[in-house]
Ligand binder design. Structure first.
Ligand code: SF4
Length: 198
């Protein structure tokens, strides 16, 4: 198969288990949308409406131009996706920086997979708007708290390395090894395809 760009959410899935991404691209008909996923998508949509009424002060900003649900695509990075919120500070014409925000239906601090996803949006927004993106935020919907995330050099490198790994998998159509920990296999929707681990 030939894919020129991958979804940013693939990076997060890849860190969870590379096989999930393999099944998505190499066996595209097998993945159902679970009721849990549909409920999560509906809540995500509702949060966008609430965000429009929320103040920029939540992010420690006095001024900023907000763009919700922004579609981003980068052929050079090999990525596409929609970031929940992009903010130009103070606006896109006179901007000195831009910020990315993702909503999460979780109280837990952002793990490596969430930070990687945010960094991918940051890199694409830099390219799209021509503004530096040095930080982002995770908005935790259950607690309505924001968590600041630095877009570090290490995260930037990790985004590119992960895209390269997914490209190699897709081109070779080779099923990746299962993750070392099998904890997630117990609740995975693909477990019936992974006869070697469950
Ligand atoms: S069952 Fe385990 S190894 Fe298979 S796709 Fe799910 S998480 Fe990955």
């Amino acid at each position: 198969m030939t894919e020129h760009t991958f979804e940013v959410t693939d990076l997060r899935q890849w860190m969870y288990c590379p096989r999930v991404v393999y099944y998505h691209y190499c066996l595209p008909d097998v993945r159902p949308l679970t009721r849990l996923m549909l409920a999560g998508m509906a809540e995500h949509h509702n949060e966008s409406g609430r965000e429009e009424r929320r103040s920029l002060r939540s992010y420690g900003l006095k001024a900023g131009e907000r763009v919700f649900d922004l579609a981003l695509r980068s052929e050079s990075l090999g990525l596409r996706g929609r970031v929940d919120l992009a903010i130009a500070v103070p606006d896109r014409q006179a901007g000195t920086e831009a910020i990315v925000v993702e909503y999460k239906d979780s109280e837990q601090a952002a793990g490596p997979h969430v930070k990687l996803q945010l960094a991918a949006y940051a890199l694409m927004l830099e390219e799209a708007w021509g503004l530096p993106v040095k930080r982002g935020f995770i908005y935790h919907m259950p607690t309505r708290k924001v968590e600041a995330i630095s877009i570090t050099a290490g995260l930037r490198t990790k985004v590119k390395e992960t895209v390269s790994a997914i490209q190699a998998m897709a081109q070779g159509e080779t099923m990746p090894a299962a993750p070392a920990s099998r904890r997630q296999c117990a609740v995975c929707e693909f477990r019936r395809f992974c006869n070697d681990v469950v």
